[in-house]
Design a binder for this molecule. Sequence first.
Ligand code: MOS
Length: 723
Amino acid sequence: MRYIGKEMSRVDGVAKVTGKAKYVAEFPVKNPAYGFIVTSEIAKGTITSMNTRSAENSAGVLKVYTHSNTLKTAAKGNAFAALQSPNILFSNQPIALVVADTYEQARYAASLIEVKYSEEKPQTDTIETNKQVEQKVDRRNPPTRGNPQTGLANSDVRIEAEYTIPIEHHNPMEMHGAIAFWEGDKLMVFDKSQGVYGVRGHLAQSFGIPTEKVSVVSLFVGGAFGSSLKPNYYPFITAMAAKDLKRPVKLNYTRRQMFTGHGYRPFTHQKIKMGAGKDGKLQAVTHESISNTATYENFSENSTGFGRTLYKVPNYDTKYNLVKTDLPTPVWMRAPGAVSGAFAIESAIDELAYKLKIDPLEMRRINYAEKDPESGKPYSSKELMKCFDVGAEKFGWSKRKLEPRSMKDGNWLVGMGCGIGTWGAWQAPAGAKVTLRADGTVHIGSATADIGPGTYTTMTIIASEFLGVTPDKVKFELGKTDFPRAPSQGGSVTTASVGSAIYGAAMNIKKKLLAAAKHFHTEMFKTATVEDVELVNGYLRMKNDKSESVPVTQLFEIYDQKELVEIYQAMPSKERANYTTMGHGIQFAEVKVDEDLGIVKVTKVIEATACGRVVNPLTAHSQEMGGMIWGIGMALHEDTQIDHRYGRMMTTNFADYHIPSNADVNYINTEFVEEEDKIVNPLGVKGMGELCLVGAPAAIANAIFNATGKRIRDLPITPDKLI
Ligand code: MOS
């Protein structure tokens, strides 16, 4: 491989750091008006009156939109649509949009609106609300494996424990925003999005117009983590105002408004029973989980499914249900379901290992699943055992003492813990339009996104590799509905999906070039099939006889072609169905805890990941580091607190909503154990951007137990819980 597997700096890096990269709110449009959202002060009830007169008379104000004068959406479904009715479904629900000549005018006028409500008592406490039958939503759960009750009864050692995870918000650097304008009956929208096709479909439905009439653009995204996976409520009201005012409208959230109903990781309460024999072999697991949803819409994530494929356990039962609360609908947030489930399962196995006096890593080796225990299928590849070896070695796991409170560094109690993570290695249908030009340059368009993992770069590498050109000759574009459809950037599927489309297109281009070469150079390539030849450094050549080669430019010349265009649609292979395809990894964490003050420092982290072939080790390493830092945040900091008396989120700024800063992050290193996987997709790649987070919070919680002897099952692990 010439480019795949070699470190490459981001092709868009310079544009990003010099401000040339345009984020949605930065696109220059002529004469834009500015929108500002007004939100509800109550969590449940009805608006009885709104006095918008002073706002309307305020300087620069063009119009104030409320439920009484906003276009009704034609979209069906339960997703929240703003300004459609006087009903209040959650606190900070948008209730008005003020549009003015400047942002400041709109924001000031928004403060002048007076609202009267008829208020009802909200229910936002998931545990309390779960006690009421009418608030429960039963989900269909997978069939029980074996007989967990008997399995538990026959176990030598058992644990039973409950774990909670608070609501958490994505909080990307770039706040949500959009610009919309109309050209006749055509709508143009710049929206911060993980998937422009999704937004286009949503807007076409909302206005009742054909999708061809809507264009959506999202070239750069300053982090999203799932918060821009589903079409949000604001592109519609932005486009509605632009249509009504016949003028471009720009809308941008404030940081506080990032807590107003575009989703969050749900509150989760999990109960685990786990039993094992004296030999450490797991006999049975039961895993019950509830998480909150909205009253008007259900959102569920697979917090219980994760564990079922993790260990060789004969008896397993899971139950996962939802609780309706007066909060906005949750949404996917990095490693949704998996990281929540892993915090419970990976803490529980640590608890059981401690009871058995077995080293927790050894416990994981004892219960290692060589094939998928849920389906019985083989894994297409699984180098997790090697991750254990490599990670433990680098981390110095052998120095760990089993008994808590037995390692010290001055006043600090030292602890070490680990946690496993898995994530599906999915592939979704994806299209790409690849153009190879006679001058040796390449253009690629695909309607995927790059929310930060480095997709612009990864796709450039893949194109260079298989089209035989240097990366500087490749221009890869994304984020426009003009390009072939690609999946939203979510679920860590992009490289596998879009990369396979580029690979497929490159193979077809090679096929055409070979046909041309055979036609002209009758002596060369005589018996060659497309597999026998490769495109390298601008040449088409035999793989095994490099003297048989011809410049690609010559082939273009002779056939008087200026370019070869290939639109390729890559689909997951049928063969995948015979295998379980997943990425695996393990996180090792060392913590130091100040016993008197309860301060926790995560002093060392080693992560070992097996995720197929790594296309760009540089950006992949960043992904893994980012996941681990997120794990520190989830374990120690992140917590959207709600005042249940008012049903209101209180921690709606970066002073109160804590995330790790540089001082919280010490030594982190990541190792890749490469896998050769011929099943998963033609490139042999697996998603990694979420995988790296899955085992991290449990690894830290387990390390804290090892340091202090205190088992904290309620995230985040703040100092008050340790004193
Ligand atoms: Mo992610 S939660 O797959 O954007």
